[in-house]
Each structure stands twice: as C-alpha cells, then as structure tokens.
Ligand binder design. Structure first.
Ligand code: SF4
Length: 460
C-alpha cells in the first residue's frame, strides 16, 4: 500500500513538471513516504530527516514533504523534531502532494491530515491520478482501504481508518485501462482483501436491495479481473485467515490467470498467542485451510508472516509455532521479532514483554526451520520448466537475467540474448537456494507491450 502511494506521489509530481533525479544532492524536493509498521523504520526516518536539515539550508527553495502512516500518526512530533519540513500529509491526503508543495513555496509550512477517507470523494481511490509505476509491466490496484480488525500489534486501523471497499465496476474499469496500456500483471491490494465487498453488500441491503447477500465478494472480483483481456497474471495481498472462504480457493483454481501463490499470514502457531493477538482463528483452523488450498490449487506456493516474542509468548507457545511452521513447510516466510508500536494494544502489554535476548534466540531457532522449508520447496522445482516474467538483469551478476515465476519466486537464468523487462519466457530450473532458483532460458515468449519512458532533456 505504501509503495503504491509512493507511485501516486511520484506521478503527481511528474505531471506537475518535476523529474526524478538520482541523488538528493541534485534534488529540489525530497519526498519521504513513511511506513510505521516496524520500529526501525521510525528510527531510520528521523535519522534521514535530521540529515536533510543541512541539505535544505544549502540552497534556497529546497522543499521537504513527509507523507505516509508515520506522518498520520506522528504529525506533531514531526513538526516539533523537524520544523524545517515544508509539507506533512496523511494517508488520505496523497492527492494533494503537488498542490501543497506549490502552496508552501513562500516558506510557510503546512500539515494536512484527514482522519478518515472522504466517502464518495474521488480522492478515496484516486485511480484517475497520474502514476509513476516502478515495475513497468505490473500495476498495483487498490480494491479496499482501511481495516476493521483489531490485531493487537498492528497500527494500520489507527492510521488507515475503517475498511471501505471500492466498487467492482471501478476496479474493472481501471484494470481494463491498464491492460490497454500494456500492463500484463495486476496486483490487487487491500489490508484484508478477502473481506472485500462485505461493506458494499451491507450498504446495498440497507438501501433496500434484499437480493444482495451480506457477504464478501472477493472471489467474484478475482474471477472478473482474471478474465480481462491482456492480463496474464493476477496477484493479491493480503488475505486474512479469519475471513478466508472456500470460494476464494475455488476462484484461484478455476481462473487460469490468477497465479499459484498465496501469501497467508499465520503470525503464530500457538492458540494462546493468536488469542492475545486478536487474530480470530486457531492454529488448527489455519492448517486446515492451508491443506484445503493446497488440495484445490495445483502447484500452489504458500508464504507467510510470523511474529516471534509477542508479549506473553511462553517457550511452549513458541515451540508450537515452530511445529506448525515445520508442518506447513512454507515456500518462504517473513519472520519478525515483536516490537511495540505506540498506539497499539500490544504496546500496553509491557508486563508481558519478552526478554529481547530470548526473542532473538527464538527468532534464530525459527529461522532454521523456515529456511529449511524454503530450500525443500525450491529444490522440488529443479528440472521444471517455469514461466517467468523478466524483471531485469541480476543485481549481483550482470551475465544473468532475473525473472519472477508464477509462484512469485525469483529465478536467475542465463540467456543468449538480452530480454526486455516485462518479456515472458520459459526457463528450466537447474539449481535452488533459500531465496532464489537458478536456470537457463528455454524459449522466449511474448514481448512486453507496456509503454517505455524515455528521458527527454528540455535543452534549457
Ligand atoms: S488484519 Fe490485522 S494485521 Fe492486517 S491490517 Fe488489519 S489490523 Fe493490521
């Protein structure tokens, strides 16, 4: 969501006449789009901000804009710690970035934060705003904003507001328009995608349409997006196990363009900890759903998120998490050591905080299991021919091309010819590691159709 907001801000500033530069030293405007999900991001942000103080005073007219959920949460702290910031905007004010930079050219700073998105306002889902996509063949499409859940560790409901689904007709219109511009991969995003549409059906019923059932509509949306001509891959993040229904797995299985990848955040394998986290499911239910998904969707890759050292986590709770992770054998996992986020329920549980050293030890123990599973899953793919979309040259080895498989795995491969970003190709997997696969090109498929940006100098 945060990356998508960055794309919007970039697009707005470009359409206002600015160009992207490679270094802060040559910039006139610096935008920091913050995310407060993790603690060290806060620290890094304030460090960066203090470094920018000198940058700003070195040349007249330089401006700093701070956006994102940390700005939403810490608006006063930012003003106090860095009064030289020109513009502070919240998560619902992204569309105002260019106007506010213009407005503050006289040196008078502005803070603009909406607590909630404005219903019926185009700014809620500003698909019409210009966008500068970082991955040319892929487009993030927001299907929902906010979250109605109350996960104890999470700051999102406080900074992104209540859950609001975007009408399916608008989403489809955006996807069709993206497909016409050559985008071939759509990533549907929301905080809790599989509850998508529940609010829309409730509103329709409240308005008197009793033919609409009060239930989520994510599975139908997935099928429709998967049928848009020109779209070859549909991804989505993130579903919540509490709201997962069989119809979503069925839609994934029956819609060829929906990829075989499910990011399924588990968070803990202990029922005690899941209850403390307010996740709304048990480890047993999570595993049942996982097995159902694997049985229904051929060749499915499953990834997850796990938090280690949540307040009150005992050794027994932790061992249960390790056991469930071993049984689940995830393709990969994002594991985190719990850190309290001010403003969350978990931050109030100081009497149950785990000794930091113990949390690190547990994290390392869990990592051994997660890494082992990833290697098992990746080795299973040796000898297969994978469909990849080219992401560019390998960052570590310029003789290799990097692609992304349908299961969302990175595949570095040798190719006798240079392939443009967005090209589809068939690649044989010959080796596997924890985080990537290796292989060689078998066949070049469809060339990219997205429009390519060409930098043009004004000559002034
Ligand atoms: S579902 Fe839970 S973790 Fe996800 S955004 Fe909502 S509150 Fe946060």
């Amino acid at each position: 969501m945060n990356e998508h907001d960055s794309e919007r801000i970039s697009g707005l500033l470009e359409s206002d006449g600015m160009t992207n530069v490679d270094s802060v030293a040559t910039a006139d405007v610096v935008v920091i789009n913050t995310c407060c999900i993790r603690e060290n991001a806060d620290d890094k942000f304030y460090g960066t901000l203090s470094q920018l103080k000198n940058w700003k005073t070195e040349q007249d007219g330089r401006q700093i804009l701070v956006a994102g959920c940390l700005a939403q949460k810490d608006r006063d702290a930012i003003r106090k710690r860095a009064p030289y910031v020109d513009v502070v905007i919240g998560t619902h004010n992204v569309h105002r970035a260019a106007e506010l930079l213009e407005q503050t050219r006289d040196g008078r700073p502005v803070t603009e934060i909406l607590e909630e998105a404005i219903l019926d306002d185009h700014t809620m889902f500003p698909s019409a705003l210009p966008m500068r996509r970082e991955i040319s063949y892929n487009a993030w499409v927001t299907i929902q904003i906010g979250c109605d859940n109350t996960c104890a560790y999470c700051i999102v409901p406080a900074v992104r507001g209540k859950e609001i689904s975007r009408p399916a007709s608008e989403i489809l219109a955006e996807v069709e328009s993206l497909a016409r511009s050559g985008v071939t991969q759509i990533s549907l995003i929301g905080q809790n995608v599989n509850s998508y549409g529940r609010d829309l059906s409730m509103s329709a019923r409240a308005a008197g349409d009793t033919s609409v059932k009060p239930r989520p509509q994510f599975a139908e949306l997935l099928r429709k997006v998967g049928q848009v001509a020109g779209i070859r891959r549909v991804r989505f993040v993130s579903p919540h196990p509490k709201d997962m229904r069989e119809d979503t797995f069925l839609a994934m299985a029956e819609t060829p363009n929906v990829v075989e990848h499910l990011h399924y955040p588990m968070q803990s394998g202990s029922d005690n900890v899941l209850a403390l986290m307010h996740r709304g499911y048990t480890a047993e239910r999570y595993m049942k759903q996982l097995m159902q998904a694997r049985a229904m969707i051929d060749d499915l890759a499953v990834t997850t998120d796990v938090i280690v050292g949540f307040p009150g986590e005992t050794e027994q709770d932790f061992v249960q998490t390790v056991e469930v992770c071993a049984e689940a054998c995830f393709d990969s996992a994002f594991s985190f050591i719990f850190s309290p986020r001010p403003g969350t329920q978990a931050a109030q549980m100081a009497d149950k905080f785990i000794d930091p050293q113990l949390a690190v030890e547990r994290y390392e123990r869990l990592k051994i299991v997660l890494d082992h599973s990833a290697v098992i899953k990746h080795r299973e793919r040796i000898g297969r021919i994978e469909d990849v979309v080219v992401e560019g040259m390998s960052k570590k080895n310029p003789h290799l091309t990097t692609g992304r498989t349908r299961q969302n795995k990175i595949l570095h491969f040798s190719s006798p010819e240079s392939l443009r970003v967005g090209t589809y190709a068939k690649v044989e997997v010959t080796d596997a590691a924890r985080f990537h696969l290796s292989g060689h090109l078998i066949e070049v498929g469809d060339a990219p159709t997205h429009k390519v940006r060409i930098a043009v100098s004004s000559g002034n």
